[in-house]
Design a protein around this ligand. Structure first.
Ligand code: NDP
Length: 384
């Protein structure tokens, strides 16, 4: 019997993950139907997506842009706006799966709303789990729904764990490309430019995650994300630098056996897997040519040079609102670096101050997390 198509809301449809999600949908032969698409400001691309995919509704976060889009498109598609527009579309009956491809803390409330309405969530927005992992995982359990990671590392771990008993897992090893400054001497860090930091060696992504990859904060956020998804002690979540980005992550078992998931860097693979889990579906694309690859190398990350990785482990250890403080400080610092207001190595300095000089609240509610986010943003803005 053929399965009915899945109706999908894509939050952040105009971004890097959003566009790749639509490519997956385009080649799915009608198995996935995009019923809602959202953007922050990119109404030009959204208009082209509406022409091709005919969603039922869209959200344009920016009010002024939403007004313009409403005038030109409201006869063909429902047009919503603002953060409340996101909450509205993820609650709709004609949504089975929400792909959350928003960037940053803005992804938290729509994830909560989607889970509360019993939707499956395919999560690219790792910041959701970083700031509120405990609340989100409890909510998923309570609502008996699913939260499947899109992050390639976590998708790899999920694939390696399939068919295994949790008690037999001893360690997970997250791989990291190392970013553009892997072999850059620490003395030269003060001269790092925005353009250099934005040229990632293996992945093509949005600006924020590209800078996070250059500082290794991305890997730090992924350690926290892995903690909430897979429930291992932080000491059993390790990071290894693997510049070729062919092994997407590994799981070690109690007998010393290690399983890895491999493939060329292409986010369409984990996006599709999140939509078809636990089964698979054909996907065209380039395949690993092992003789051509010749070698795969591995190194220990330098936590002195890339302090953001250590800061993320510290925030995880501190618990409570510490990861929310870390995340908010990082978002403001990355934005300031992109706007050329601070230097690259000031990013970890500002984050460290945000987590050590502000109060960390244990067992936070969602409101406490919102408040921690707000106060860390103010704190870092004042420092800048
Ligand atoms: P992009 O910056 O490319 O896209 C973000 C999307 O969200 C865009 O559609 C953007 O609209 C929209 N958006 C931005 N800010 C807001 C806001 N405040 N409210 C509502 N919508 C907003 O990001 P990526 O696709 O690179 O990353 C998305 C998430 O996925 C991040 O959490 C990232 O860490 C994670 N991720 C990304 C990977 C990648 O390969 N890119 C890999 C693994 C994880 P507009 O187009 O107008 O800016």
């Amino acid at each position: 019997m053929t399965k009915p198509p899945k109706n999908i809301a894509i939050l952040g449809a105009t971004g890097s993950i959003g566009r790749s999600s639509l490519e997956v949908i385009r080649s799915s032969a009608g198995r996935f139907i995009p019923t809602y698409l959202t953007t922050n400001r990119n109404t030009e691309l959204l208009a082209r997506q509406v022409d091709e995919f005919h969603p039922k509704g869209v959200v344009v976060l920016d009010n002024a842009r939403a007004k313009g889009f409403h005038s030109s498109h409201s006869k063909r598609v429902e047009v919503h706006t603002g953060p409340e527009g996101l909450l509205e579309v993820v609650s709709r009956d004609d949504v089975d799966v929400v792909i959350n491809a928003l960037v940053g803390f803005a992804g938290l409330k729509p994830t909560v709303q989607a889970i509360k309405h019993g939707k499956s969530v395919a999560l690219a927005n790792k910041e959701t789990l970083v700031v509120a992992g405990e609340i989100i995982t409890a909510l998923v359990k309570e609502q008996k729904t699913s939260l499947i990671p899109i992050d390639s590392e976590h998708s790899a771990i999920l694939q390696c764990m399939l068919g295994e008993e949790r008690k037999n897992i001893s360690r997970i090893i997250l791989t990291a490309s190392g970013g553009p400054f892997l072999n850059y001497p620490l003395e030269d860090f003060p001269n790092i430019t925005v353009e250099q930091a934005l040229s990632h060696p293996t992945w093509k992504m949005g600006k924020k995650i590209t800078i996070d990859s250059a500082t290794l904060m991305n890997k730090g956020l992924e350690v926290i994300e892995a903690y909430w998804l897979f429930h291992l002690d932080p000491g059993n979540i390790e990071v290894v630098i693997h510049p070729q980005s062919i092994i997407h992550s590994m799981v070690e078992f109690v007998d010393g056996s290690v399983k890895a998931q491999l493939g060329l860097p292409d986010m369409k693979v984990p996006i599709q897997y999140a939509l078809t889990y636990p089964s698979r579906q054909a996907l065209n694309g380039v395949r690993v040519d092992f003789p051509k690859l010749q070698q795969m190398t591995f190194f220990k990350p330098d936590r002195e040079k890339f302090r953001c990785l250590q800061l993320a482990y510290d925030a995880l250890e501190l618990g409570g609102t510490a990861p929310a403080l870390l995340n908010a400080a990082n978002e403001i610092a990355v934005e300031a670096f992109l706007n050329k207001k601070i230097a690259f190595q000031q990013i970890p300095e500002l984050i460290q101050r945000a987590i050590t000089e502000q109060r960390v609240q244990k067992m936070p509610s969602l409101d406490d997390i919102m408040e921690a986010d707000r106060s860390a943003r103010d704190f870092v803005r004042k420092l800048i």
